[in-house]
Write a protein that binds this ligand. Structure first.
Ligand code: ZN
Ligand code: ZN
Length: 350
């Protein structure tokens, strides 16, 4: 077994702390990666605190991983020692169900067994452990190539936050002559604004904070709407082809349904803990769809990274040493970050 060091939550109530653990040895098709950076996703916090009720402790979160290949198994063909690579939310999937065969591994019939954390390692039967660690072993088919031109730390959040927005933008046809709304300016929303703008869509940011108007415009929004001002909302009635909601707090969606065009779609990527009450009438009256979307498949994640390379897009990050992770979680809960924390894994040795 491969001995690793990292930070883990020992239980749902305690702060994350240093922990030494093992991963599987490098198999024939495996890539061993020295982790350089790991983005801090809101899911990490949910998982560390068992808010989704499936955490196995000690729990090592982290699924926005960028690093360099340290070694490869004997049958690996895609990567070699020294390559700059990434690992997102998936390290495996069943590989045989219809979704897996279509390259949509995120919708695998077997569920999230292949999750980077919270899944099960097929070789050892142990829980999978994420990127708050010095190294990780991943099957080459679930490893992404990080373009060398991108800042590797700022590229890390692309692997979850980036693909979570890129996939629905592509699926629902964001591009020139389309009008796209992004609700919420956090880790997810700021990627949505950058990506929709780069795809050529007319991009509108919805936020509740007037303090975010200037930032939204700087990130590429053509307009920023304060969603609690009805007269500002009314200016956009019946005009959107697509609205993506990144907010995970419970909030009223009906004012947004009124902004959709006929046959348009509102997509939920933020996941409120409690069921949302949905007013159906506004949907009926314009044949609108209310949809959900989760991360993206491996092929689409690579496509997104290459798109970001071509357009010079990365996340806006605040770098932290891993010793500050608990403080970062508290600040994340207050949305006190622009817009994603990223752990500098060199701090593990410090
Ligand atoms: Zn995530
Ligand atoms: Zn599958």
């Amino acid at each position: 077994m491969l001995v690793c060091t990292g930070f883990a939550a020992p239980d749902a109530k305690s702060p994350l702390a240093p922990w030494s653990f093992t991963r599987r040895d490098v198999g024939a098709f495996d890539v061993e990666i020295d982790i350089l950076f790991c983005g801090v996703c809101h899911s990490d916090l949910h998982y560390a605190r068992n808010e989704w009720q499936f955490t196995v402790y000690p729990a090592v979160p982290g699924h926005e991983i960028v690093g360099r290949v340290r070694s490869v198994g004997k049958d690996v063909t895609k990567y070699k020692t020294g390559d700059l690579v990434g690992v997102g939310c998936l390290v495996d999937s069943c590989r045989t169900c219809p979704s897996c065969r279509e390259g949509l591994e995120q919708y695998c019939d077997a569920g999230m067994q292949g999750g980077t954390y919270g899944g099960t390692d097929k070789v050892t039967g142990e829980p999978t452990r994420g990127g708050y660690a010095d190294k990780i072993v991943v099957d080459e088919n679930y490893v992404l190539r990080i373009p060398e031109n991108l800042d590797p730390a700022a590229a890390a959040p692309l692997l979850c936050a980036g693909i979570t927005l890129y996939s629905p933008l592509r699926h629902w046809g964001a591009g020139p002559s389309k009008k796209v709304g992004i609700i919420g300016l956090g880790g997810l929303g700021h990627m949505g604004v950058k990506l929709a703008h780069a795809m050529g869509a007319e991009t509108v940011l919805f936020t509740t904070s007037p303090s975010k108007v200037a930032d939204g415009k700087k990130l590429g929004a053509h307009d920023v709407v304060i969603s609690k001002h009805p007269e500002e909302m009314a200016r956009h009635t019946n005009s959107f082809d697509l609205i993506i909601d990144t907010v995970s707090a419970t909030h009223d969606l009906s004012p947004y349904f009124a902004l959709l065009k006929r046959d348009a779609t509102m997509v939920q990527v933020g996941a409120p803990e409690k069921p949302l009450p949905i007013a159906v009438f506004p949907l009926l009256l314009k044949r609108a769809s209310f949809a959900g979307s989760a991360i993206g498949g491996i092929a689409e994640t690579q496509e997104m990274l290459d798109f970001c390379d071509a357009h010079g897009i990365t996340a806006d990050i605040e770098m932290i040493p891993i010793q500050k992770i608990n403080e970062a979680y508290e600040r994340m809960l207050k949305s006190d970050v622009k817009y994603r924390f990223c752990i500098d894994m060199a701090s593990l040795k410090g």
